[in-house]
Design a protein around this ligand. Structure first.
Ligand code: ATP
Ligand code: MG
Length: 257
């Protein structure tokens, strides 16, 4: 589904991605984990075209997308949720989705207003179903809970009709109940679209992911099933340093949970 070969991205003297080579299979829920600054977000930025790589290639469903502009990659079916908040608070959930969906239909059917209206309406209904936000369609986005805003952000990313969705820390900042329901919705979503999720919450990763990629210092440290990764000594080392190291960031690394 996605093939990354020898991908390198430098910021001045810093090598954020160091000849990363990775394949992502279709119909598998993938997670990428790794310590802060490992290069996870840079990987998403580079494959989605928001950043230009220094070298290497990215193929998406057989098409070489290296160096392609983000809107062209999006049109091929790749979409990502942004970490920055992109919803309009004063508009309803359905209106937010409408704007995002219309942007796509406008490109697909520029001369047919009536056709566009129907297709946009159908797309909005489909996304409301996919995200489980039907009951909130008429609620202003500004009144939503933190978790429902995150789902709306995912819904906006779905508006372009992607076949691959890149989610960068969608759980970040949620309480336990919201986390659980969002995890269930992501699992449901994964039945209709390929998903690669970057996530720090280890219980979530181990619950959700079928295949885990561990990044550290711009490279790939390990890949495998959740069980492989939980048992991997190099991974534990990267997260924990010394076995009895304090959990410095206080976020919890989850490996001892
Ligand atoms: N636009 C940029 N300009 C300069 N340096 C950057 C830029 N973006 C990222 N970096 C650096 O590249 C490295 C990788 O950053 P990146 O954001 O990809 O890490 P990450 O794995 O997503 O970390 P986190 O878990 O904290 O989100 C870091 O050292 C970061 O400071
Ligand atoms: Mg990041």
């Amino acid at each position: 589904m996605l093939q990354i070969a020898d991908l390198t991205k430098r910021f001045g003297g810093l090598v954020a991605l160091d000849r990363v080579t990775l394949d992502f299979e279709a119909n598998v829920l993938h997670a990428i984990i790794g310590p802060n600054g490992a290069g996870k977000t840079t990987l998403f930025n580079t494959i989605s075209g928001m950043l230009r790589s220094d070298s290497g290639t990215v193929r998406f469903r057989g098409t070489d997308i290296s160096g392609m502009a983000p809107h062209r990659i999006s049109r091929l079916g790749m979409s990502r949720s942004l970490q920055i908040k992109s919803v309009f608070d004063s508009m309803t959930v359905a209106e937010n989705l409408w704007i995002a969906a219309q942007a796509r239909e406008g490109v697909m059917h520029p001369f047919s207003n009536r056709r566009r209206f129907g297709r946009t309406a159908a797309r909005v209904d489909e996304i409301l179903e996919q995200t489980g936000l039907e009951g909130l369609r008429a609620s202003p986005a500004g009144t939503l809970s933190y978790g429902d805003v995150a789902l709306l952000e995912i819904g906006i990313a779905l508006a372009t009709g992607p076949t691959l969705l890149l989610l960068d820390e969608p759980i970040c900042g949620m309480g336990p109940a919201e986390t659980e329901s969002t995890v269930e919705k992501i699992r449901h979503l994964a039945e209709s679209v390929d998903i690669i999720i970057i996530e720090h919450d280890m219980p979530v990763v181990f619950d959700l992911a079928e295949w885990i990629t561990v990044m550290a210092q711009g490279g790939v440290l390990a890949r495998g099933t959740p069980q492989d990764i939980a048992e991997n000594a190099a991974v534990r080392e990267a997260y924990l340093g010394d076995e009895d190291d304090d959990d410095e960031d206080g976020e919890g690394d989850g490996f001892d949970a």
